[in-house]
Design a protein around this ligand. Sequence first.
Ligand SMILES: Cc1cc2nc3c(=O)[nH]c(=O)nc-3n(C[C@H](O)[C@H](O)[C@H](O)COP(=O)(O)OP(=O)(O)OC[C@H]3O[C@@H](n4cnc5c(N)ncnc54)[C@H](O)[C@@H]3O)c2cc1C
Length: 326
Amino acid sequence: MSTPNILVLAETHDNTPADITLELLGGARQLAAATGGQVVAIVLGQAGSAAAEKMVGADRVVVIEDATLDAYSPGPYLAVLEHILTLESPRAVLIGSTTVGLDVGPALGAKLDAPVVGNCLRIEKQDDMLSVTSSLCGGKILADVEVRRGPAILMVLPGSFHATDQPATPEVDRRASPVPLEPGRITFDQMILPEAGDVDITAQDILVGVGRGIQQEDNMEVAEELAEALGGALCASRPIVDQGWLPTTRQVGKSGMTVKPKLYLALGISGAPEHLEGMKGTGLVIAVNTDPNAPIFDVAQYGTELDLLDLAPELTEAIKTRRVAT
Ligand SMILES: Cc1cc2nc3c(=O)[nH]c(=O)nc-3n(C[C@H](O)[C@H](O)[C@H](O)COP(=O)(O)OP(=O)(O)OC[C@H]3O[C@@H](n4cnc5c(N)ncnc54)[C@H](O)[C@@H]3O)c2cc1C
């Protein structure tokens, strides 16, 4: 018999919760309001300990302070998580669809004989079960899944939930590992960070996205000037990156970055599921596409069928003129 509590497997970087962790805590908060339970974040390792107080949305944070857990290794992680889950007996465990999450989630499900759902976009309580929407085939199929028993291991796609601001200060419980730990057979080697010097599109409030509708490399300048006038940055769909017109660090989508700007101006982007997957968390989407049936219009709040090569330079001029006037 599970408790109504919702657990979140936290990930941290540089003494700070990862964005996906704050989103999971926001989702867990909503779910816990329906189940009537608490939100409990699990931080594994000494290295993440300083981030515990910043787990906004958690009622309680359990930190397992053991250096063996500082870098991800499946053996020690699974040993500790199996113990905690058995002890806590939560209704659900939310895990990010990240490199770590995708590795540990299914293995945990197998160890505990627990139901596992991947690529979750929506999680709600319905009567005594959880109703979950899972994105399949890069978003082309949405499956509604009913999870009747706990603990449900739910791996959540980035951008599916918003971070919350309450409770701001969780209760933190730091413990030694409840099980003896030995370094795992798979060990962490090194972290390879994206090339330095380029813009981090995941941290931008305003993004101008360029798609194949830009037609040729020379036209990229038009979009670059518009992004600059708006005070934002340029990003792109995969074909633009494949052509080498922008670096891979600027690609939005399934095989690129997950962005959540306040404004995403999509220029000549059709709105393929693989692209939309990376921009689900956007506040306002404005689409410029000459095809009125382009799927991007299904997710855009505003749109126009004008040719982007006509519109973008005029828009840039209009913004600059207004800036000068004010
Ligand atoms: C496993 C896998 C992973 C993938 N990962 C990604 C990913 O991470 N990111 C990604 O973006 N894609 C990804 N893709 C590719 C994806 O399926 C699409 O092919 C791609 O997103 C299409 O890019 P696009 O919208 O720029 O081009 P198109 O689909 O060709 O769309 C171009 C659009 O521009 C419009 N247009 C043309 N001329 C103009 C004009 N002058 N003014 C205005 N509009 C104009 C057209 O009407 C059209 O809608 C992936 C595919 C696979 C199979």
